[in-house]
Design a protein around this ligand. Structure first.
Ligand code: ACO
Length: 311
């Protein structure tokens, strides 16, 4: 009897049995996972930069220490994700080289500047809110190591989101100037956050296959709708207005209607021409180069220990 590995693989996926590193898997499944997980890891690393920008300028010692540990969490998320990608045979050096050369993608959202303290509120509330919506379903993604990494990431991400909302709430309950600052930040972050979910399903080359393989559990448009439905009432609670005149509750759909994302802007940022793309990559490359001595020292230390163990 001829055993069709590909059919067996799909049957496991359909039965919700997780795929583990040593299991047989189609090359395209492996490739898609390496692509998505490494992009995700890169996003965590580059995602440290817009907030790192505010650590020295946080308005109080308490805010500073919260922001510092949040940014450290993002570095940790990157490390879990690179490790998950390594279980598929990807090398960390290669993944980083692809990020630094501009070949690999990372989330469009991190190519926007953080101009005011209210941006720290919006990044936590909206950007981390979008990240959670996207990542909670990934705790059930079909590849075991990726799913397990997401569990801890999501716990930390929920804390990040609450702290962002709390910054917004504090500003909105403060002086009129503080509330205006919160509104101004929301105006700038709303649309870029909607872009985080990726192109419309009709224009998404990867969604159908990734849904079939249960890598993705929801489509880009489904998650974007969930996000709008979750955030519009939260904005109302804060006394803020989302910058989209088309937002309106649709009784029949039991969901909010909303306007069209500027897809030209989205693709422009994805292609590397956003406001901060060059800055962000430049900062990553610089950090990597300046860390060379640490890597060399660690290697020299490991070599010395191995030699000592031999004698
Ligand atoms: N920013 C940059 N690139 C994007 C974005 C975005 N917001 N959305 C989609 N793209 C890219 C895709 O990576 C893909 O490029 P590629 O084929 O060259 O790799 C292309 O646009 C087409 O998009 P899709 O076919 O929809 O791609 P995919 O099925 O991978 O869906 C998504 C994109 C939803 C981002 C998916 O990869 C995903 O869920 N990733 C895991 C979560 C993640 O990476 N989050 C990062 C931001 S959150 C954070 O880190 C705090």
């Amino acid at each position: 009897v001829e055993i069709n590995l590909e059919d067996q693989f799909q049957a496991r996926i359909d039965a919700d049995i997780s795929i583990e590193p040593k299991d047989w898997m189609p090359d395209a499944y492996r490739k898609t996972l390496i692509r998505q997980i490494s992009q995700h890891a890169h996003s965590e690393l580059v995602g440290m930069l817009p907030e790192g920008n505010w650590i020295t300028r946080a308005p109080s010692l308490k805010r500073k220490s919260i922001l510092l540990s949040k940014v450290q969490d993002e570095a940790g998320h990157g490390l879990y994700l690179y490790s998950a990608a390594e279980t598929l045979g990807a090398s960390r050096d290669q993944m980083l080289a692809d990020l630094h050369s501009g070949k690999a993608k990372y989330s469009s959202i991190f190519n926007y500047p953080t101009l005011s303290w209210a941006d720290m509120g919006c990044v936590g509330w909206l950007v981390d809110g979008a990240a959670i919506l996207n990542q909670v379903p990934l705790c059930r993604t079909s590849y075991g190591p990726y799913a397990r990494a997401m569990v801890r990431v999501c716990k930390e991400e929920s804390f990040h989101q609450r702290q962002g909302f709390e910054i917004m709430q504090t500003l909105c309950e403060g002086a009129p100037e503080q509330k205006a600052m919160a509104q101004e930040a929301l105006n700038r972050w709303w649309w870029p956050t909607l872009m985080m979910f990726g192109p419309k399903d009709a224009d998404s080359p990867n969604t159908a296959q990734s849904m079939n393989w249960r890598i993705k559990r929801f489509t880009n448009d489904e998650l974007r709708q969930k996000f709008v439905d979750m955030m519009v009432p939260q904005a109302e609670f804060l006394g803020l207005t989302v910058p989209d005149p088309a937002v309106k509750w649709n009784e029949a759909r039991q969901a909010y209607d909303f306007g069209e994302v500027n897809w030209e802007e989205f693709w422009n940022v994805v292609k590397g021409n956003g406001m901060c793309n060059q800055d962000r990559l430049g900062a990553r490359v610089k950090a990597h180069e300046e860390g060379a001595w640490v890597r060399e020292a660690a290697l020299a230390h490991a070599k010395k220990r191995a030699e000592r163990a031999e004698t």
